[in-house]
Ligand binder design. Structure first.
Ligand SMILES: Nc1nc2c(ncn2[C@@H]2O[C@H](COP(=O)(O)OP(=O)(O)OP(=O)(O)O)[C@@H](O)[C@H]2O)c(=O)[nH]1
Ligand SMILES: [Mg+2]
Length: 316
């Protein structure tokens, strides 16, 4: 694998490296890790932005408009997706490239649909690694899209610098199916579709969430913002980039930017470690052999659950 070609912005080389990273073969995994270690010194120079929201809120439309705006500012933009709902290759998010037609045709944009379900670390692992490759290829802004249902929002929040939740303009709609936990992770709530007849409603919704947000715990140097925009009419998109730029400046003041990434990496490493441990345990032939027997003994009250677990773990 030619890291130089990736660095020069060769799209084919980048796509090839991503395919390697996404491969399910154990032999490819080893190769992929070698490529990633070569890429590491050149990665990290981007701002990573997570975008979530319920189906239909306008994520794809927003990414099209926002991505084109960033490109007009001279940025190179990569769009990745974490879509746990679609185990089929290709995923469903970003499948609708029609909503990102102009962006997908732009030379300064790189759009990659969600990988199919991965082994260790799942889809999130592959997206993290793809992100590093995109950075090596010189993409300045990485947009990671996920649909706001399930667990993937938490995974995306854990891999980006700035996490944004798109909302619909109808206040009172009990947080619009967005869990409170997600609100706590959000660096910004953006009420999309603030246009036409929804303009007033969007302002009301903004006030509603501004109030709601002040009640939430936020363990960060940054005070989450609530904004409105229209992805369709290209309104207030510049304000959103302005906010993220402010965040970047704030985050760099006390080295919080790097600290956040370091924490994310360490947490991820620990998560992988436990996953690997579990896998090793499950694959151990002696564990496999003794497990059913021990289950039975626990059921029959002959062995305590503690001792049964200890017996198995001691086999490793
Ligand atoms: N009025 C208005 N409509 C919008 C805006 N943004 C998106 N839409 C419309 O809302 C619908 C859904 O937009 P998408 O961008 O596909 O939404 P999404 O969040 O990507 O949806 P999923 O991919 O299904 O999760 C489309 O019909 C868009 O044209 C906006 O700013 N204003
Ligand atoms: Mg979409």
């Amino acid at each position: 694998m030619d890291i130089e070609k990736i660095r020069q912005g060769n799209r084919r080389a980048l796509a090839k490296a991503i395919t390697l990273v996404e491969s399910k073969l154990d032999s490819d995994r080893v190769k992929a890790q070698a490529v990633l270690e070569q890429a590491l010194p050149y990665s990290g120079n981007s701002i990573r932005i997570g975008i979530t929201g319920i189906p239909g809120v306008g994520k794809s439309t927003f990414i099209e408009t926002f991505g084109l705006y960033l490109i007009a500012q001279g940025k190179k933009v990569a769009v990745l997706a974490v879509d746990p709902s679609s185990p089929l290759a290709g995923g469903s998010i970003l499948g609708d490239k029609t909503r990102m037609e102009e962006l997908s045709r732009n030379e300064a944009a790189f759009i990659r649909p969600s990988p199919s379900e991965g082994a260790l670390g799942g889809v999130a692992q592959k997206t993290r690694e793809t992100m590093l490759l995109c950075e090596t290829a010189g993409y300045d802004v990485i947009l990671v899209e996920t649909v706001g249902v399930g667990q993937s929002e938490y995974e995306v929040a854990g891999m980006v610098d700035f996490f944004m939740v798109l909302m619909l303009p109808n206040a009172g709609d009990e947080l619009q199916g967005i869990k409170k936990g997600i609100m706590e992770l959000a660096d910004a709530l953006v009420v999309n579709k603030a246009d036409g007849e929804s303009l007033n409603l969007a302002s009301q919704t903004k006030r509603h969430y501004s109030n709601a947000m002040t009640l939430l715990r936020h363990s960060s140097f940054w005070t989450p913002q609530v904004l409105t925009c229209s992805a369709q009419e290209n309104n207030n998109i510049d304000a959103i980039w302005g906010m993220i730029s402010d965040y970047y400046i704030d985050a760099n003041k006390n080295n919080d930017f790097q600290k956040k990434r370091t924490n994310q990496n360490q947490e991820w490493m620990n998560k992988l470690l436990f996953e690997m441990l579990e896998l090793k345990l499950k694959q151990n032939p002696e564990v496999k052999r003794q497990m059913p027997e021990l289950h039975k003994k626990v059921t029959q009250g002959e062995v305590t659950p503690y001792n049964a677990a200890k017996t198995l773990i001691d086999l490793l």
